[in-house]
Design a protein around this ligand. Structure first.
Ligand SMILES: Cc1cc2nc3c(=O)[nH]c(=O)nc-3n(C[C@H](O)[C@H](O)[C@H](O)COP(=O)(O)OP(=O)(O)OC[C@H]3O[C@@H](n4cnc5c(N)ncnc54)[C@H](O)[C@@H]3O)c2cc1C
Length: 408
C-alpha cells in the first residue's frame, strides 16, 4: 500500500456516542490505534453536555426497536460503569402523570410498552399515590418507574476519554481538532483537520448535530437530514426546589420523539424544568436569537423540513409561543405542579437536539446507523442515546470488528 497509517480508526466526535464506541473498541482491541477527534476544546461540548442528565428506563420506546434494546441494556451498564469509576449517580425513580382525561389512553400505551420492554418494577398509580410520591403534584393517574436515574453525562464522557488512552496505549483523544475534509484514496483516507492531517483506514462518524455533513464528506448521501431543535430549561429557585423530590414527567404526545417539559432533580442538587422543542436557526446555537445562514439554508432548502412544519404546525406554534413567553411555559408546568409560581422559576440551561428528519417530513424515531465498506455513520442518535451510549458503543464495536476485520 506504501502509505503510513497514523490511526487505524478515526472516530469523529468527542460526544458520548463517539467516546463510548472508541472505548469499546479500545477494550476489545487494545492494539488497534484509534483517534477520537473533537472540534471543541472540551469533550461533551454539545448534546452530551447539554441534556437533562436522566438515565432513562426504556419504557417509552417501540418494543423491538434499537432504542428499546440499547436503552435497557445501556442503562444497566452505565450504572455499573459509574459505580466502578465513582461517578456520582442515583437511581431515584420517576413518575409519569396524566393530568387530562385525553392522556389516559397514551398513558396506558406507555405502560403496555414498558411491560413488553420488561422494564422492572413499573406500576400504575392513582391520585393518592401520586401525592405520596410527589406531594406538590396532582394528576388523574400515573406510572411509577423505579429504575430511572440521574447522572452528569459530561463526567461519563470525560472518564471514557481517559480510559480510551489508558486501555489502548497508542490511541489518542484529541480536542480542538475540527475535521474539515476527508480526502479519500483507494486504501486509506486523509482526515484533514484545522490543526493537522491524519491518515486512517476506517472512519466512525459520531458527529451529532454535524453527522449528515460528515457523512457527505465521506461520499455518503444520507436519506435524512439533521434538523436542530432547541430545548430551553428553567431552573427552580432554592425556595421552590422542595416542590420536586425526584423526576416528574407529563404524558408525551405520541406524534413526537420528545418527552415533554418535565421536572428533573439533577445530580448536583439543582432542579430543572423543561425542555421545550423549537426549530433552531443554528445547529449549535444556544440562545433564542442565535442564527446561522448556512444552517438555516441547509434546513429550509430541504423539503422534509417544510413537510414536517406543515404536519405539526399547531404543535410548533405552541412550542414557539412558550419559548418566548414565560407565562405560557409556566402554565404548561402548572399542569403537573399547580402551586408553581412565576417567581419559582428562572431561566436555566439550553440544549440543541440533532433530530434526523426524512424526506416526507417524518421525525426519525429510532437510532440510525449506516455501514459502508470503510466507514460507519451514526445518523440519528437522539435521546436516550446518552443512557444507551455504552450499548450503542458495543454494537458499533461489533460491526466494526466484523466489517473492518479488526485484529484482536
Ligand atoms: C435538551 C436535550 C435533553 C436530553 N436529555 C437526555 C437525557 O436526559 N437522557 C439521555 O439519555 N439523552 C438525552 N438527550 C440526548 C443525548 O444528549 C444525545 O442523544 C447524546 O448526547 C448524543 O451523543 P452524540 O455523541 O451522538 O452527540 P454529541 O454529544 O452532540 O457529540 C457530537 C460531537 O461531535 C463533535 N463534532 C461535530 N462536528 C465535528 C467535526 N467536524 N470535527 C470534530 N468534531 C466534530 C461535536 O463538537 C460534538 O462534541 C438529550 C438531548 C438534548 C439536546
Amino acid at each position: 500500500m506504501g502509505q503510513n497509517i497514523d490511526f487505524e480508526i478515526v472516530v469523529i466526535g468527542g460526544g458520548i456516542v463517539g467516546l463510548a464506541s472508541a472505548y469499546k473498541i479500545a477494550l476489545s482491541h487494545p492494539n488497534v490505534h484509534i483517534a477520537v477527534l473533537e472540534k471543541e476544546d472540551n469533550l461533551a461540548a454539545h448534546q452530551a453536555g447539554h441534556n437533562s442528565g436522566v438515565i432513562h428506563s426504556g419504557l417509552y420506546y417501540t418494543p423491538g426497536s434499537t432504542k428499546a434494546k440499547t436503552c435497557a441494556e445501556g442503562r444497566k451498564e452505565l450504572a455499573a460503569f459509574a459505580k466502578k469509576y465513582k461517578i456520582p449517580f442515583e437511581i431515584c425513580g420517576k413518575i409519569i402523570i396524566a393530568t387530562q382525561e385525553k392522556e389516559l389512553a397514551n398513558l396506558e400505551q406507555i405502560f403496555q410498552n414498558g411491560q413488553e420492554n420488561k422494564i422492572e418494577g413499573i406500576e400504575k398509580i392513582g391520585p393518592e399515590q401520586i401525592k405520596e410520591i410527589e406531594p406538590s403534584c396532582s394528576g388523574l393517574a400515573g406510572i411509577r418507574v423505579p429504575c430511572t436515574g440521574i447522572i452528569d453525562f459530561t463526567e461519563v464522557a470525560k472518564k471514557l476519554g481517559e480510559l480510551i488512552e489508558e486501555k489502548s496505549k497508542y490511541s489518542r483523544v484529541l480536542t480542538s481538532h475540527k475535521v474539515l475534509r476527508l480526502d479519500k484514496h483507494d486504501f486509506f483516507t486523509n482526515v484533514v483537520t484545522d490543526k493537522e492531517t491524519f491518515s486512517t483506514k476506517y472512519i466512525i462518524n459520531c458527529a451529532g448535530l454535524q453527522s449528515d455533513r460528515i457523512a457527505k464528506m465521506d461520499g455518503v448521501k444520507p436519506a435524512v437530514k439533521i434538523v436542530p431543535f432547541r430545548g430551553d430549561y428553567y431552573r427552580l429557585t432554592e425556595d421552590a426546589k422542595e416542590k420536586v423530590r425526584n423526576l416528574i414527567y407529563p404524558v408525551p404526545d405520541p406524534a413526537f420523539p420528545f418527552l415533554g417539559a418535565h421536572f428533573t432533580r439533577r445530580i448536583d442538587g439543582s432542579v430543572e424544568c423543561g425542555p421545550n422543542a423549537v426549530f433552531s436557526f443554528k445547529r449549535e446555537g444556544y440562545s433564542r436569537t442565535d442564527f446561522s445562514f448556512i444552517d438555516c439554508w441547509d434546513s429550509l432548502s430541504y423539503k422534509g423540513t417544510w413537510k414536517m412544519f406543515f404536519k405539526h404546525i399547531r404543535y410548533g406554534i405552541g412550542e414557539y409561543a412558550r419559548a418566548f413567553s414565560k407565562k405560557l411555559f409556566l402554565q404548561q408546568l402548572q399542569r403537573l405542579i399547580p402551586s408553581l409560581k412565576a417567581g419559582d422559576i428562572q431561566p436555566g440551561n439550553t440544549g440543541v437536539r440533532a433530530q434526523a428528519v426524512g424526506p416526507k417530513g417524518e421525525l426519525i424515531d429510532d437510532f440510525l446507523i449506516e455501514m459502508r465498506a470503510n466507514s460507519i455513520h451514526v445518523l440519528n442518535a437522539p435521546s436516550p442515546a446518552a443512557t444507551a451510549s455504552l450499548a450503542i458503543g458495543e454494537y458499533i464495536k461489533e460491526i466494526a470488528t466484523e466489517n473492518f476485520k479488526l485484529k484482536v
